[in-house]
Design a protein around this ligand. Structure first.
Ligand SMILES: CC(C)(COP(=O)(O)OP(=O)(O)OC[C@H]1O[C@@H](n2cnc3c(N)ncnc32)[C@H](O)[C@@H]1OP(=O)(O)O)[C@@H](O)C(=O)NCCC(=O)NCCS
Length: 191
């Protein structure tokens, strides 16, 4: 594909309720709100302890964009400027037309369909402008919010990594690999 997205202009995405915009160093304090929340981080890295860690993550993700391997988006509501979620593509393999996704959202914004709407916008961009054929997500198999989100958009479980991850409850948890092919993207209604 010759007209595939080339990183020359940041791809701001919009949907009914959301604007997915470029992540800025100024988002560090907002990002810290949910990355320091032990409930949000339950199946992810240790909760952050200082805003400086959020600033470092933002810098790392901006470098991924600069090196053209990933696209991180700050999720915002149309009528609010602040970041309430971090969604993005990583590990874009152009030759294989596939990329991985990651997503997390501030806890007081859960349960409103925001992640569904944000991910739907990302997938449209991925299967459209990025020319992807496969989008992959890795999640802990009993991260129910994450698994339901993927299922709603049409992802299928492609594999299971038994006892993949040691969690706070003192046991190993399976890791699951989910995949979505371009023809399987299920358009969802979020209004
Ligand atoms: C995974 C995560 C991003 C989901 O966020 P979310 O916005 O609550 O997810 P959804 O968009 O799927 O919405 C969740 C619920 O809102 C409901 N909902 C409410 N209003 C809705 C609307 N207008 N449109 C659609 N769904 C709506 C949905 O039905 C859904 O309920 P259900 O899961 O009981 O069926 C969030 O739980 C999170 O940040 N988790 C921690 C981080 C994490 O684990 N990330 C994944 C790492 S692999």
């Amino acid at each position: 594909m010759s007209d595939v997205f080339d990183f020359s202009t940041f791809p701001t995405l919009t949907s009914d309720r959301l604007v997915l915009r470029e992540l800025s160093p100024d988002d560090a304090a907002d990002l810290f709100v949910w990355r320091s929340d032990p409930v949000v981080q339950k199946y992810n890295s240790e909760p952050m302890r200082a805003v400086a860690e959020a600033a470092a993550l933002i810098e790392e993700l901006r470098q991924e964009y600069a090196s053209r391997t990933g696209i991180p988006w700050a999720v915002t509501l149309r009528d609010e400027g602040r970041a309430v979620g971090l969604f993005g593509f990583a590990g874009w393999e152009r030759g294989h037309r596939r990329a991985d996704i990651g997503y997390d959202l501030r806890r007081d914004y859960w349960g409103r369909g925001i992640a569904t709407e944000a991910l739907d916008a990302m997938l449209r961009f991925g299967f459209g402008a990025m020319g992807l054929n496969r989008v992959e997500a890795q999640t802990i198999a009993d991260n129910h919010e994450s698994v339901r989100l993927l299922g709603r958009l049409g992802f299928q479980r492609d594999g299971l990594r038994r006892s993949y991850s040691w969690e706070d409850d003192g046991t190993f948890h399976d890791g699951a690999i989910y995949g979505l092919l371009r023809d399987e993207h299920r358009v969802v209604r979020t209004e």
